[in-house]
Design a protein around this ligand. Sequence first.
Ligand code: DGY
Length: 317
Amino acid sequence: MKPILFLTRRIPEPAIKRLEEKFTLKINPYNRALTHQELIEGVKDAEALICLLTDNIDKEVISAAPKLKVISSYAVGYNNIEVEYATQLGIAVCNTPGVLTETTADLTWALILATCRRISESERFLRKGNFKGWEPMLMLGLDVYGKTLGIIGMGRIGQAVAKRATGFAMRIIYYNDVSVSNTLPFETTETDLQTLLKEADIITLHLPLTKETFHLIGKEEFALMKENAVLINTSRGAVIDEKELIKALSEKRIFSAGLDVYENEPDIPQELLALENVVLLPHIGSASIETRTKMALLAAENAIAVMKGRKPPAQVN
Ligand code: DGY
């Protein structure tokens, strides 16, 4: 008999086919995320779990599954999983690094350009019928070319964002809490967080959410930023103190923000929705057909490897 794998949401078909060779699949039948109780029920008889970044895989879920050997997340970030507890129980926790790097860097750049050049605001303006012809002062934004880009978190995605910045002749500064192997073949300057916040025109976040990075960008950090600073976040919402961001944007203490992630997804504060100087996306950093397929296949290979007693391609514990 094949072991049971519980899949908390349907993922791209090539991965389903691959998983069916090795597992009996139990797939969330609904077109929505499962509730916590449904997760607990679903995982009970499973030896393998493939979950999403929106599933709270806490102690309760993990201990409901006495046969569980692997938690394979269909994401690179794993702040939603009680990794320490899983480790104590000898359960492997896996993720999908690498395959979404370029796609997330692309989306980061889409947000940089959209915020600096007021793309969403301009389109809303036009669709409302407000475009009456070319105007000298209509929708003036900020240049990107030649500016200073401040990258907070210089891992794989941070470096992929930096690579794209060379085409815009930008000065690139970065902050990373631990020293990183930065082998980029162009000039970048490592700096402390305060200097980065003071000097960067565009600040972009590429950090995992941990106890240390929770609200890394708050009141004091906004106070250090330039008046025309632009803040981009495609990492995790809670790295920014959202209340302080709303204040900084409403008081026009910074120029604008481009967000793909939020503190309490999918809840977006009404005050944020009402602001013009912020571009808001529904957590689509890795959402391309090719990348989501690669992520699904990697999540599948992680689960299969653990069940076969092999080292999985991407294990975090
Ligand atoms: C991840 O994998 O952590 C991304 O946020 C998914 O888009």
